[in-house]
Design a protein around this ligand. Structure first.
Ligand SMILES: [Cu+2]
Length: 159
């Protein structure tokens, strides 16, 4: 009985190291920030959000420990034949569903960084959820691939 309990606890700790599930049932995996030149006017962060609960959730705000002017939630969409970034009020994750933040789609935008973090650095992000709970995420800075669509590169908006 006791061994089983400890095994279960270690399994949970192991899972927590890989990804974290918050009280609302949101699991965040593979958070990353795209490496950018030192004078970059904005930084983009990506991750996968999974809702393991039976109720719809949404991320209503994002904060970062980085010194930035502001943080916004964006979605890159086709509008009038052009790829455009549209600011979003929330990032919805339906019950038992997921939302992937990735280049060319949903992303978090940190605007006006005082200092751009270098590759390998960790950026602390706090996701504020619609139920009032918060989730801490550590996103690693790494090189981002160009936006891929249909097997060819697009040189339009990279966010
Ligand atoms: Cu953006």
């Amino acid at each position: 009985m006791r061994t089983t309990f400890y095994r279960a606890v270690s399994a949970l700790l192991l899972m927590a190291a890989i990804s974290s599930v918050n009280a609302a049932g949101l699991m965040v995996s593979d958070p990353w920030v795209r490496a950018a030149p030192p004078n970059a006017p904005a930084l983009a962060a990506f991750m996968t959000l999974e809702n393991h609960s039976g109720s719809d959730l949404s991320v209503v705000a994002v904060r970062t420990a980085l010194p930035v002017t502001r943080t916004e939630m964006h979605r890159t969409m086709m509008a009038d034949g052009m790829m455009k970034m549209m600011q979003q009020k929330e990032m919805p994750v339906a019950a038992h569903n997921s939302l992937m933040l990735k280049p060319g789609s949903w992303h978090i935008m940190m605007i006006g960084p005082d200092k751009v973090p270098t590759e390998g650095e960790l950026v602390a992000l706090t996701l504020v959820l619609s139920d009032g709970s918060e989730q801490q995420v550590m996103a690693k800075v790494r090189k981002g691939q160009a936006m891929m669509k249909g097997g060819h590169h697009s040189h339009m908006m990279q966010h």
